[in-house]
Design a protein around this ligand. Structure first.
Ligand code: DGJ
Length: 691
């Protein structure tokens, strides 16, 4: 066999598959064009010394780590057959179809077959997964099948995420010492505290500096992301599905396929990760652009569904320039509050005597399309469905309810068929362009997450095949199910349940490291945020909701005429800018003063850009450091102009360039020297357009 070299866009992966057990001997910066002799020499050169008190042969982190081969760190295959643990694997076959490779191995007794697929995309994004087949004559009980990729010793600092409802994507850093850093999710959905993207980089790596390696698991169920370093030496980054005891038992002939581990390397900090991930996600996506501006009724009316009230909201939305009107929770039979009726997916005749037709006609007449909220995977104990089919409740009536609801067992074929029929009936009866697909509780049923997640994927795929015009938004109490597994099947994420712009600045900044902004729903909310009670200026709320898949979640009929005029102007501006915002390169600056954040989007050809200077607090000096604009073409000349409502400032006189209304300078100057910073009041944002 051979030494494989996958190369793309400045990234390289070298796999030593010369026999025995394959091992990745390099994942990181491009090693250049290496011929067979050079690759063999590289592989030879990476064979380590044999230390004292060790096995009597070279030991390395392989693709299939096993104690039986001397590796005492985390194991690739965990499981047993009648009490006998999984044996070691030996390479039997290699398919090399650059940029993809497939390596197949077998256990010595031939009872297990393990195949690993590796793909390096044109953007330098690596995807890896294993497939395990039981070739034996008895059951194999699988406890875990993880992917581990080597990281160098200088990747010594970790960054990942935690969070809670309405406060997703809180970054946390830690040094990678000896031991295992395992971020595990047992929610049956990734959860608000999802590790999301586990990064390991050179200490102090930032948005624009430092080498970084990162992994994400494209899976919407239970999972773990892991960083490991030990006294053995080689460090690893990886992960896999978190399996409960007994959850995966492979009968003879059966197989288990892991979710894809998506892995990225950057030489230029966190922005360099996004700059590979976003173009890669876009290259695989069928997302329809431009993304329509949405009005969602949730924080506007909650459960108070009333046709005359909603009709006035439809008119106000259309007048402002909204393109999609989404009717949120509260439309189906018996759903007057959040304590009942999930599962009874027919339009409530008491509230909607003529069905949703009058509302949808009004929406269409106003020039918008129509979207509807559903929460298909759930069932309320207080529902007709639960009373008629108690056996369809996952885990039965045991265990706690959560938001007064339980989970519908999608692994039950009858429950699945019924749900699919109900959703198809709605999509057939009504001209629905968009489903907001919610999921408001953890499963809390041990051993159910795998089956439930696979069934969800099957359901989404089959609905999309039958109703290809219907877009779907993944929502899970806000952003508790944002991952690249479900992204294959949806068109939008509800990023968070908070519309508070201050919290949203952080949540959007970090969620968009992985997910391109056009997928991330961001809505203009009420002046007093419903979730936090914090009061925010309209300009700050507008600037915060400008960059993603924009929308409104506010009863516009209560807005004043000047507010409505500003909102209409903002929507017009969003429509003008969205071709750039939703295709460009997302950039963020490492702020010199933590009171300020700078983020922006630069056109792929770097001919134009939009930036936001955001004050999240008060500056620590009277004269804060200049605004420097990341990502520009150093050799182009740009004119910088403010756009949108003028923010409130705390300054006697603005910086001279801003007072003049614009400034024209080369990209190199704007990136390196920058512009004097206007003294924004806390919780204000200044939008700048560069042409
Ligand atoms: C949780 C979602 O995240 C909200 O946006 C809203 O749709 C409610 N559920 C409705 O119950």
């Amino acid at each position: 066999m051979t030494v494989l070299h996958l190369r793309a866009a400045g990234a390289s992966l070298v796999l030593d598959a010369r026999g025995g057990v394959p091992a990745i001997i390099h994942w990181g910066a491009d090693l250049g064009d290496l011929d067979e002799t050079a690759l063999a020499a590289l592989a030879d050169a990476s064979v380590p010394a044999i230390p004292p008190s060790s096995i009597d042969g070279p030991l390395r982190l392989s693709l299939w780590s096993s104690l039986a081969d001397g590796w005492s760190g985390r194991q690739t295959v965990e499981g047993h057959r009648q009490g006998v643990p999984a044996p070691a694997f030996r390479l039997v076959e290699l398919h090399d179809q650059n940029p993809t490779a497939r390596v197949r191995g077998e256990s010595a007794d031939g009872s297990l077959e393990l195949t690993t697929e590796l793909e390096l995309s044109a953007e330098g994004v690596l995807r890896v997964r294993h497939v395990l087949v039981n070739r034996g004559v008895t059951e194999f009980d699988l406890a875990g099948l993880d992917i581990a990729l080597p990281i160098p010793a200088d990747a010594a600092e970790l960054l990942d995420f935690t969070g809670l409802w309405a406060h997703e994507r809180q970054p946390q850093r830690a040094p990678l010492r000896h031991g295992v850093w395992s971020r595990e999710s047992r929610h049956g959905r990734p959860g608000h505290d999802d590790a999301f993207l586990l990064m390991a980089g050179e200490p102090g790596f930032g948005f624009r500096r430092g080498r970084v390696w990162a992994v994400h698991l494209a899976w919407s169920g239970d999972k773990r992301l892991v960083a490991e370093r030990s006294a053995l030496g080689p460090g690893a980054l990886g992960g896999g599905e978190l399996l409960a005891p007994g959850e995966i038992r492979l009968a003879p002939g059966e197989s288990y396929e892991t979710p894809w581990l998506v892995a990225v390397f950057s030489e230029t900090g966190i922005d360099g990760l996004s700059d590979r991930l976003h173009p890669w996600i876009r290259s695989r996506s069928a997302l329809r652009l431009p993304r329509p501006v949405v009005l969602n009724t949730w924080e506007a009316v909650y459960f108070d569904h009333d046709l005359p009230v909603l009709s006035r909201l439809v008119d106000a939305a259309a007048e402002a320039g909204v393109e999609r009107f989404v009717l949120d929770d509260g439309w189906f039979t018996g759903r007057r509050d959040d304590k009942r009726a999930l599962g009874d997916w027919s339009v409530d005749p008491a509230v909607w005597p003529d069905g949703l037709h009058p509302l949808i006609s009004r929406v269409h007449a106003a020039g918008m399309d129509f979207g509807l909220w559903v929460e298909p995977e759930m069932i309320s104990p207080d529902s007709v469905l639960a009373r008629e089919h108690p056996s369809w409740i996952l885990g039965g009536a045991s265990g706690p309810t959560w938001r007064w609801q339980r989970v519908l067992d999608l692994g039950n074929p009858d429950a699945y068929a019924h749900l699919r029929e109900r959703l198809a009936a709605l999509l057939t009866e009504y001209p629905i362009a968009f489903l907001k697909w919610d999921h408001n509780r953890d499963l809390l049923t041990p051993g159910a997450a795998h089956r439930q997640t696979r069934a969800l994927y099957r359901l989404l795929a089959s609905l999309r095949a039958e109703f290809p015009h219907v877009e779907i938004e993944s929502c899970a109490s806000g952003g508790a199910r944002i991952d690249l597994g479900i992204l294959e099947l949806v068109d939008r994420f509800w990023t968070s349940d908070t519309n508070d712009p201050l919290d949203r600045q952080r949540i959007q900044r970090w969620t968009s490291v992985l997910i391109p902004p056009e997928y991330l729903g961001g809505h203009l909310g009420d002046a007093t945020a419903h979730v936090t009670g914090r009061h925010s200026a309209l300009g700050f709320r507008l600037a915060t909701a400008l960059f993603g898949s924009a929308g409104i979640e506010w009863n516009l009929t209560t807005a004043s005429p000047p507010e409505r005029a500003l909102i209409a102007a903002w929507i017009a501006e969003h429509k003008r800018l969205r071709p750039l915002l939703h295709t460009g390169t997302v950039v963020r600056a490492d702020a010199a003063d933590p009171a300020f954040r700078i983020h922006g989007v630069v056109a792929r050809d770097r001919s134009a850009a939009v930036y936001a200077l955001v004050a999240v607090g008060s500056p620590s000096t009277a004269l804060p450091p200049p605004i420097r604009f990341p990502g520009l073409d150093p050799n182009r000349v740009y004119t910088v102009r403010p756009i949108g409502p003028a923010p409130k400032t705390v300054q006697d006189t603005p910086p001279a360039w801003l007072a003049a209304g614009e400034v024209t300078l080369p990209g190199r100057v704007l990136s390196e020297a920058g512009l004097a910073t206007p003294l924004l009041a806390p919780e204000q944002a200044l939008l700048l357009e560069l042409t």
